[in-house]
Design a protein around this ligand. Structure first.
Ligand code: GUN
Length: 306
């Protein structure tokens, strides 16, 4: 069996076109342009690529993008001052602080300082609490994107066993919460696995859906999967691989790989996301949707208080 490839890039284009139309309609109705601020502190090369993608996607969808780049030496107090300024700015509806922040900055304090109504990452404790109670204000972008891939690919989650690899606050934990909820793209039986999990192989072998988000290149191999499993690969790892140059001489080439060994997994799975072109494009897409919804909520609240 060779798995169906779940085309995240194509799906992201479809959803972004829907968002673009919704933005245009919202602007026409309210004369308010949704605004998303992205803050990058330091020089992390991967983060630089991600924020550039976010900025470009935002502009393409018809939203205002405010990009702030700060030096590595930025202090927690300086970043808090910027957050306060953005919280008070009515033209900014969403604030995203790109993670990881440089060592020395109190990440928790900074994330907690973002106005929960502008917290398009859904990292604020108030928003995490609302998600866990099943009444979300915003959904965290990567798990939301994974759920969209499943729903729009007609992959049933109801009653299915899902194994999530990784317990991060950005992916693993909120992914579990989303899949646990009642409703479409949810109602699953969820197991969250991590570095201390015993009998990982047993859990994986029982899983109808595997979501890999552990940051270990090609960790999940085909022999670990239940035949017919659906595999969602959230990993983005840059590795050196053996290749050949134009003369056939061996060289090292830099390559992006996921947390799943795609070649062996696709022979066992029924459906699988590639890396790149799988989950990544959906993450940015759901960020755009959160920013539009933030603008909708803030504009309605401003109207109501007039
Ligand atoms: N770094 C890696 N993923 C994310 C994300 O979803 N949001 C933010 N703010 N930073 C990240």
């Amino acid at each position: 069996m060779t798995a169906q490839i779940l085309d995240g890039k194509g799906l992201a284009e479809i959803i972004r076109a829907e968002i673009k139309e919704d933005v245009a309609r919202f602007v026409a109705e309210t004369q308010v342009q949704p605004g998303l601020a992205v803050v990058l502190v330091g020089e992390n090369p991967a983060s630089q690529v991600y924020v550039r993608n976010k900025e470009a996607a935002c502009v393409k969808a018809g939203m205002k993008s405010v990009m702030r780049r700060l030096p590595t030496e930025t202090t927690t107090e300086e970043l808090l001052a910027l957050v306060a300024e953005m919280n008070a700015d009515p033209t900014i509806h969403g604030i995203l602080i790109q993670l990881p922040l440089p060592k020395g900055i109190d990440e928790q304090r900074v994330l907690d300082a973002i106005d929960p109504e502008k917290d398009v990452d859904a990292f604020h404790p108030e928003n995490v609490g609302l998600i866990s109670q099943g009444r979300p204000r915003f959904l965290p972008c990567t798990p939301y994107g994974v759920q969209q891939i499943l729903v729009r690919s007609n992959i049933e989650t109801k009653g299915k066993r899902v194994a999530i690899l990784g317990r991060s606050d950005i992916v693993g934990k909120p992914m579990a919460l989303l899949l646990l909820q009642k409703g479409i793209g949810a109602d699953a039986t969820v197991t969250v696995c991590h570095s201390r999990t015993e009998n990982l192989a047993e859990i994986l072998r029982e899983a109808d859906i595997v979501v890999a988000a552990i940051g270990k290149p090609e960790f999940v191999t085909g022999d670990m999967l239940k035949p017919g499993a659906v595999v969602i690969d959230v990993g983005i790892n840059r590795v050196e691989k053996d290749g050949v140059d134009e003369n056939g001489a061996p060289i090292k080439v830099s390559k992006l790989v996921g947390d799943v060994d795609f070649e062996s997994a696709k022979e066992v799975a029924s459906a699988i996301t590639p890396v790149p072109g799988g989950v990544g494009p959906l993450t940015v897409t759901m960020l755009l949707l959160n920013a539009l919804n933030a603008a909708r909520r803030q504009t309605a609240a401003a109207q109501a208080s007039k």
